[in-house]
Design a protein around this ligand. Structure first.
Ligand code: PLP
Length: 242
């Protein structure tokens, strides 16, 4: 078995145990393989091992990779910050966007989503720990944004995403995920337009178990599948020419 296949089987085992521990079904959690910083061959190997959902954060890196792998049945997710000059290519080349946090960006995506494609599935990124440096909508501003986004054509609001500040252990890791899950529950109750929201994109390698305990439906795992990235995760690496 290749290294990547072995890693995937280990991560799937972790998901299995984490769901069993809280009486959830492992099939209700999508393993999103975050392939940023890794070449198309690595994605091919992970696809060969059974994965179908892949995530990228930098458009300039992602687009050639998507083109190289066009013959594979892959659902591509965009996870990175979205400036207005990126919306057209996101609308054209991705199935999901996890990092939406502004209405003007949502409006551009709605206009630019090609009519031949199904609506772009979107999660609103919430700045769950209210960190000054983090992207994401403030929890207090979430509801009006969700209502406005849900009303747009061309995109389908699915739920919430967050990247909490790192915490050292299971109990403390659960806390921000619990708050995100509560925000989703509250949104679903506010209007029929939002009642169908079904997605919590939360949990990475270090806090996957806590996220699943709090209801994650998509976990985003990079290094635990593909190994260390060849280049740094700083956004500046790819943003200049985007
Ligand atoms: C890079 C990234 C991940 C995966 O991180 P790893 O440390 O590689 O597991 C998950 N979510 C987002 C939004 C990311 O940018």
């Amino acid at each position: 078995m290749s290294k990547i296949a072995a890693n995937i089987s280990r991560v799937l085992g972790e998901i299995q145990r984490a769901t069993l521990a809280v009486d959830r079904n492992a099939n209700d959690v999508i393993l999103l393989a975050v392939s940023k910083g890794h070449a198309a061959d690595a994605v091919r190997a992970a696809h060969g091992a059974g994965l179908r959902h892949f995530g990228e954060s930098y458009l300039q890196e992602a687009l050639p990779k998507i083109a190289q792998l066009h013959e594979l049945a892959i659902t591509w997710h965009f996870l990175g910050p979205v400036q207005s000059n990126k919306t057209r290519r996101i609308a054209e080349h991705f199935s999901w966007l996890h990092s939406l946090d502004r209405l003007d960006i949502a409006e551009r995506l709605a206009r630019q989503r090609p009519t031949g494609l199904p609506p772009l599935e979107v999660c609103l990124q919430v700045n769950i720990d209210r960190e000054a440096t983090k992207s994401g909508v403030d929890p207090d501003a979430l509801e009006p944004l969700a209502r406005a986004v849900a009303a747009l054509p061309g995109i389908r609001l699915r739920g919430l995403m967050a990247i909490p500040h790192p915490r050292p252990d299971f109990a403390t890791q659960r806390e921000p995920f619990h708050r995100l899950a509560q925000l989703l529950t509250a949104l679903r109750r506010t209007s029929p337009d939002l009642a169908g929201l079904d997605t919590l994109s939360m949990g990475m390698s270090a806090d996957l178990r806590a996220a699943i305990a709090e209801g994650a439906t998509i976990v985003r795992i990079g290094e635990a599948i593909f190994g260390p990235r060849a280049h740094p995760r700083q956004e500046t690496q790819w943003t200049t020419a985007d």
